[in-house]
Ligand binder design. Structure first.
Ligand code: IVH
Length: 675
């Protein structure tokens, strides 16, 4: 007997604690416990309840796992109708809304109207009925007069208290609010659906609606749903407050979650300011909202204003421009991006979405086109959120025309007609045109000029954009044909800077083979690979003629790099640009043709330390071009330490290990001996 009493006490304590943590999480947004600890409490409670089934109550936190499936939903007649809201788009319509209120209430112009402002959540409305503090019914809005009984499902949503806090609640309390699915849960749910080969939901609102209208509450229980309360239905006895803001504060005290973004604002100016602030926060919120709602705060005034048809005169939804709209795909075209990546783009019948007119939307890549099965002529849902590039979310299959044909990936670049390469297993297809392809030119030029490539000082991104836009430069070779006159005529370019740039261009002509190779921007050929290729082939001609097998003999060059390099030099236009560059005067020290093993520093490992007379990169490349392997730390395997000024611990270590130490002069001597 005692044991049972102890169990009852412990059960009571556990329920109190679990409900407390639920409120901390959902109502106060201030969780006070780690998930594992919470789960431990819940498991202990489950264990005790299974030992003492007679102690299980319907409002126990264990009772959220979902009851048996239903045959269908019962109908619920709403005792007070669930209303909808009129919409306002723009400040002018907000002004009209307030004007109507003033006229109807015959308010003096200097009497300010206060509104409760809150976000308009993008989920679905429900009515929760509490009798004597216990949740007895949950119903959907339906047509506003009759909805569906989803009690078993709402009981599984942890944000919804099964019983109210405190003891000053009215005997009957109907709470109206929004059930929604936060982004994080939505992403997980959809990822899992895709892993199972299912399609997933189009957006969080559909996911929330689909989850709440499950006949099997055990499924609803597994869906990441949440809830915010924003109003009241039937309340007995009334009133519970004089103001809308006060009534939701009371709901919060009773344990119902309220949006933390709510605020009381004054007049149209206050509403507009609130709207703008929330709009800025919108993209960072963890759930979707589609506008803000303003409600006259004074409940007396609300009463006087009443309703027109299904919407109250005292409230308005100030909507953001819709982020999703339907439109038609007129064509699917292919765009060439920075690295030659081919991106399918849907050309759309222009549609106003997310505050702008959209006529193109990205389809990301061909795999995505196939997955979404988008075809020319299809009706699609287009989404544009914040600054994000508009995208095609999904196809409205019911509206597909029978003659709609899938698109094929083109075989040649739509811009320059070079071959398109799509390696097995990769999502991205690319144009192999390289420098020749106009779409890739801008970025290629930026890369060409960059510090580790040709190092053209003063040729920054903005200048490259200008040069390309004004058609002064097409290929890197054109850079060397620019005149002082042309450059000085550019925007924000003084004659002095123009002269400096010409000098920098002149200076860059004297380079090394590996820098030149790197500057060409061959795919997968970074600095180190360019260096290896230069070491291996010594002359550009030898490299150009190498087949893939020969290329792969180069250290660190595998089949992928070999294929890219080979294909780059097979494109006649790439060879043409190279020829022009050399004609323009680009040169590098000719190295006698000799196999890599016979370079002066072949097989030698060198470490560089301290400050040298030239930039470290330059010295490193020089050493590498002579066959040395340049590493970062001194070990027994190090052959030479090249020590500049203020050399530190590496010098000490080299001395200790007996590694040969060279200063720059000694290095020159060594090289002279080896020539
Ligand atoms: S009040 C008295 N407040 O918007 C008017 N509705 O377009 C009843 N909604 O069916 C609604 N957030 O699903 C109200 N803070 C909010 C809301 C909100 C979202 C939804 C609700 C309603 C629809 C009306």
């Amino acid at each position: 007997m005692n044991k049972k009493r102890d169990a009852a006490q412990r059960i009571e304590a556990l329920r109190g604690e679990i409900n407390y943590h639920n409120r901390q999480y959902y109502v106060f947004d201030a969780p006070k416990i780690a998930d594992v600890a919470y789960d431990r409490l819940l498991r202990e409670l489950q264990q005790l309840e299974s030992e003492y089934p007679q102690l299980v109550t319907p409002d126990s936190p264990t009772q959220r796992v979902g009851d048996k499936p239903l045959e269908g939903f019962e109908e619920v007649v709403h005792r007070l109708p669930m209303l909808s809201l009129d919409n306002a788009f723009g400040e002018e319509e907000m002004g009209e809304f307030e004007r109507r209120i003033r006229d109807r209430l015959k308010l003096e112009d200097d009497r300010a109207i206060r509104y409760l402002a809150e976000p308009k959540l993008d989920g679905l409305a429900v009515s929760l009925r509490y009798e004597k503090g216990s949740l007895v019914q949950g119903a959907t809005r339906g047509d506003g007069s009759r909805g569906e009984d989803v009690t078993g499902n709402v009981r599984t949503i942890k944000a919804i208290p099964l019983s109210l806090q405190g003891d000053d609640w009215p005997e009957i309390l109907e709470v109206r609010g929004e059930i929604f699915m936060p982004h994080e849960g939505f992403e997980v749910l959809n990822r899992r659906a895709r892993e199972r080969g299912e399609k997933g939901f189009v957006n969080p609102r559909n996911a929330a609606a689909g989850s709440l209208r499950q006949l099997d509450p055990r499924l609803t229980a597994q869906r990441p749903l949440s809830f915010y309360a924003y109003g009241l239905g039937e309340v007995v006895p009334v009133p519970i407050a004089d103001r809308q803001s006060e009534s939701i504060r009371r709901l919060r005290e009773w344990g119902l979650p309220i949006s933390p973004l709510h605020e009381v604002v004054t007049g149209v100016a206050g509403c507009t300011d609130f709207f703008q602030r929330v709009e800025k926060q919108r993209d960072g919120l963890p759930y979707d909202i589609d506008g803000v709602v303003f409600k006259v705060d004074d409940l007396d005034l609300q009463q006087q204003l009443g309703f027109v048809s299904r919407a109250p005169r005292w409230a308005i939804a100030y909507k953001f421009p819709a982020q999703e709209e339907m439109t038609q795909v007129e064509a699917i075209e292919f765009q060439v991006g920075r690295t030659g990546a081919i991106t399918p783009v849907a050309r759309l019948t222009p549609v106003f979405v997310g505050g702008v007119t959209v006529s193109n939307a990205t389809l990301h890549n061909m795999d995505e086109v196939l997955r979404k099965d988008v075809r020319p002529g299809d009706t699609v849902i287009v989404r544009r959120a914040g600054d994000v590039i508009p995208e095609v979310v999904s196809v409205v299959m019911e509206q597909r025309r029978p003659d709609a044909r899938p698109v094929d990936l083109p075989t040649a670049c739509p811009v320059c007609d070079s071959d398109i390469i799509k390696p097995e297993g990769e999502a991205v297809a690319r144009c192999s045109g390289g420098l020749y392809c106009p779409a890739q030119r801008k970025e290629a030029l930026k890369h060409f000029a960059s510090r580790k490539a040709m190092d053209i000082e003063g040729l920054g991104d903005k200048l490259v954009d200008q040069l390309v836009q004004q058609e002064l430069v097409d290929t890197p070779a054109d850079l060397f044909r620019l005149t002082l006159e042309q450059l000085s005529a550019l925007e924000r370019m003084a004659e002095k800077s123009a002269k400096n740039l010409l000098q920098a261009l002149e200076k860059s002509k004297s380079t090394t083979l590996d820098r030149f190779l790197y500057a060409l921007g061959i795919r997968e050929v970074g600095e180190a690979t360019a260096q290896s290729l230069a070491n291996q082939f010594v002359t550009l001609e030898a490299l150009e003629q190498a087949d893939e097998e020969r290329l792969q003999e180069t250290p660190d060059v595998g089949p992928i790099v070999a294929a890219h390099t080979h294909s780059f030099f097979r494109q006649a236009h790439n060879r043409e640009v190279i020829e022009q560059l050399i004609e323009a005067g680009i040169h590098w020290p000719a190295v006698e043709i000799q196999p890599v093993e016979q370079l002066p520093l072949s097989g030698k490992t060198v470490v560089i330390t301290g400050t040298l007379s030239k930039p470290r990169d330059e010295v490193k490349q020089m050493l590498q071009s002579l066959g040395a392997k340049v590493t970062g730390s001194v070990s027994k395997k190090t052959d030479y330490l090249l020590a500049g000024e203020e050399a530190g611990s590496k010098l000490d270590k080299a001395e200790k290990l007996g590694v040969a130490i060279l200063d720059e002069a000694a290095l020159q001597d060594l090289l002279a001996q080896n020539q």
